[in-house]
Design a protein around this ligand. Sequence first.
Ligand code: 5GP
Ligand code: ZN
Length: 112
Amino acid sequence: MSDCIFCKIAKGEIPSKKLYEDDEVIAFHDIRPIAPVHFLLMPRLHVESLNECSEVHAALLAKMLLLGSRLAKEQGLGTGFRTMINTGTGGGQEVFHLHFHIFGGSAALPKT
Ligand code: 5GP
Ligand code: ZN
């Protein structure tokens, strides 16, 4: 998607503070963090949201979940972290390129 901001980040056309990348996924720090550590993990593939995913994306989604846990630990979130996937306008999604928020590091995160 040529006008997608996260596709541009994936291609390096917009700068970001990357903490991980390979041929399928990229992780980078959120520009407006809501916790001391807050990064986004997304596929290079442009998929709008979890609602547009199907069985063909199952391996990619599993990889992202497992990688998120590894990266969270590497970022110092050894006691745990929160994963958030905003889906669609009803889910508060603002950027329509699938991404996982991973954050933590606060003394106490709100319960919801
Ligand atoms: P959503 O509500 O779509 O799940 O969240 C999108 C997230 O992307 C927000 O937390 C926002 O701060 C972050 N974001 C939006 N534009 C940029 C950007 O250009 N660079 C980075 N690093 N984060 C961005
Ligand atoms: Zn995109």
